[in-house]
Design a protein around this ligand. Sequence first.
Ligand SMILES: CC1(C)S[C@@H]2[C@H](NC(=O)CCCC[C@H](NC(=O)C[NH3+])C(=O)[O-])C(=O)N2[C@H]1C(=O)[O-]
Length: 347
Amino acid sequence: AALPAPDTAGLAAVLKSAVAQGAPGALARIDDRGRAHLVTRGVADRATGRALSTDDRFRVGSVTKTFSAVVLLQLVDEHRLVLDAPVNRYLPGLLPDDRITVRHVLGHRSGLYDYTNDMFASSVSGFEAVRTKVFTYRQLVALSLKKPRTNAPDAAYAYSNTNFVVAGLLIEKLTGQSVRTAYRNRIIEPLKLADTFYVHPDTAIPGRYARGYLTPDTAGAPLVDATAQTVSWAQSAGAIISSARDLDVFYSALLKGKLMSAARLAEMERFTPVNSTTAYGLGLRRRDLSCGVSVYGHTGAVQGYYTYAFGTKDGSRSLTAMANTSNNGKVLDTLAGALESAFCGKR
Ligand SMILES: CC1(C)S[C@@H]2[C@H](NC(=O)CCCC[C@H](NC(=O)C[NH3+])C(=O)[O-])C(=O)N2[C@H]1C(=O)[O-]
């Protein structure tokens, strides 16, 4: 059935609420069968008052996880990786349990503890302690392995950044290239994503970008400009920089089957229920909206930036929404309303 027209007035109201709840700015872009709808609110830079533009680049956080999953699923298509093989077959001795497979890692079913739970228990001091640090993947995995696993392999879904750090190690081992090269050769250049970069460990965002502001844990304390950071704590789990246009192109191309075989996309879309309205596949989230439409993509939360990037099953319509703050649950929840406006239309 054809989707209702996007509700751009509703979208503007969502962004207005996000700004009222503490985001300096918020943006949204819908690409609907070649037609773009652009909405913005507030500022990209609190110091200069520059208005936020939908052209501004930003840190996408865990939307990066879909990029990493795409590379690995392409390697499965190339018969260079077996999804149900143990991770330790490719990275001997990395993990303490040979039963943990590549599929478990990409579906957050490995049980590997998420080291960011400790790293960011205190939001601002945790961020300041790592914002210029450069970690190796193995240092991050070691942080995780200091803690007990959350579940036996495949026994449960438990979101963990550690899983996509392991994915980065797999990408580098199997391609013999950096994840930066793998993203560029396999996704960024083929799709001509001119605003999409992996610059780790550089802290600067190339070109024109929105500054990002971390909301402190203490109510009323000033926002912290979190724009400059290595994102080395996340890397292949969260360090990509992109734009609303590029993420719409990326998820539309993915969902249209342009990035891997139909068989592999079907594997990516085998979903584990997370709660009543969301499910997780392989580096891909499904969100079931109030109007019965399901959308596919990923969310992101990195210091200074919240992102929603989702598309319809056939990739004909995609939406990216971003607010340039984080650690603000009200803004994260409000921004989810952009999905309803974009895909369910006027209510
Ligand atoms: C599951 C999520 C929302 S969290 C996960 C990942 N981001 C992180 O793990 C960073 C967490 C710390 C971010 C920080 N929060 C704190 O410091 C809280 N003490 C903030 O908000 O700036 C990402 O991105 N994912 C989102 C996803 O996949 O949707």
